[in-house]
Design a binder for this molecule. Structure first.
Ligand SMILES: [Zn+2]
Length: 343
């Protein structure tokens, strides 16, 4: 059978201009041929010798001819119909069939969105946990130093704790860290007046823990502070800060990838201070840090309820305030129960 004429432009590869042409596809049995008709000449080539270019979106299909020339198909729909009538398939035919039906397109969009949401919720944390293993310690320490510098400029004030008190607390901290590090990790305790974040403790990447004067003053005894410091060491041991940063930026990257919104891209170091101070650690991270603290306290004859007592006092003081220790330490009731404190 032969199909009706299909308009095309012929580029013969020898002259620069294009020639108007019409095409016809003829098929008999397993043999198909393409006939090109231009002013004055008819050429026929076996269809198997023609490379049929993909038709993507609204572009015209390009056919490469065995003699080095090429054809730009103008009547794409007619050409596709002729291919189908001749029983010929091209590699992307099923894709076009999908593209042409909006229902499939809608399903694809919804699937992509659901997939992205699922990926953000489950995939990103899992990937982040893996990814941090490949983040070299030098990056951690760069980010931590940078973060502390930014916080010193924007939030913190110099500590008013005496050097003797600082030495005392560093002694406690070093004792906790000694049990776990032994590696090349260098844990360090810093003291600051908390400024706008008040009574708080932060674990920065690379092993820096910041304890604010306000939290030191809120504690009724050093056992409570042992609990807090052990909790923060628990965050450090599990590299929670870095995992949260990688998660935050992975989410950003995915949003950029899916929605093409590049306005949210910023460097890891630039977002670190905000993420580390205002973003909530996941309950899983808190549970891990608490479990670490409870274990350490148990091994060192310190009642885990001391930590619960301090957390509770902190909650009372902060009341319904947004931000601060409660925002970064969610799920308080559950945690108090786990530590054996009052539910
Ligand atoms: Zn925590």
């Amino acid at each position: 059978m032969t199909t009706s004429a299909i308009r095309a432009r012929l580029y013969d590869g020898r002259t620069s201009g294009a020639l108007d042409a019409t095409l016809a596809i003829a098929a008999s049995g397993h043999f198909a041929s393409l006939t090109i008709h231009t002013a004055g000449t008819d050429t026929s080539v076996p269809f198997t010798a023609v490379h049929v270019g993909e038709r993507v979106g609204e572009t015209h299909r390009i056919l490469q001819l065995p003699d080095g020339g090429s054809l730009e198909v103008i009547d794409d729909a007619a050409f596709d119909a002729a291919l189908e009538a001749a029983g010929l398939r091209t590699a992307e035919a099923p894709i076009r069939r999908l593209e042409s039906r909006w229902r499939y397109a809608l399903v694809a969009v919804v699937t992509t969105l659901l997939g992205s949401a699922g990926f953000l919720k489950f995939g990103v944390p899992a990937l982040a946990a893996r990814a941090v293993r490949f983040v070299p310690p030098s990056v951690d320490s760069f980010i931590a130093t940078d973060t502390l510098r930014v916080l010193d400029r924007t939030t913190f004030h110099p500590t008013t704790l005496t050097t003797a008190r600082q030495a005392q607390l560093r002694g406690i901290f070093t004792g906790i860290a000694a049990g776990v590090s032994g590696s090349d990790t260098h844990f360090r305790l810093e003291f600051r007046d908390g400024g706008s974040i008040g009574a708080n403790a932060l674990a920065l990447p690379s092993g820096i823990v910041v304890l604010t004067d306000e939290l030191e003053q809120l504690a009724k005894n050093d056992d409570e502070l042992r609990g807090v410091l052990a909790h923060e060491v628990g965050h450090l041991v599990n590299r929670h800060a870095m995992r949260m940063l990688v998660q935050a930026s992975a989410t950003t990257l995915l949003i950029v990838g899916v929605f093409g919104d590049v306005s949210g891209v910023s460097s890891l170091a630039a977002v670190a201070p905000t993420v580390l101070v205002t973003a909530a650690y996941s309950r899983d991270f808190e549970r891990e840090a608490d479990a670490f603290a409870a274990r350490w306290m148990g091994q060192h004859q310190v009642d885990p309820r001391r930590l619960a007592a301090l957390l509770e006092r902190l909650a009372e003081r902060q009341g319904g305030d947004q931000g601060g220790f409660l925002a970064s330490h969610p799920g308080l009731q559950e945690r108090l129960q786990a530590l054996g404190g009052n539910p």
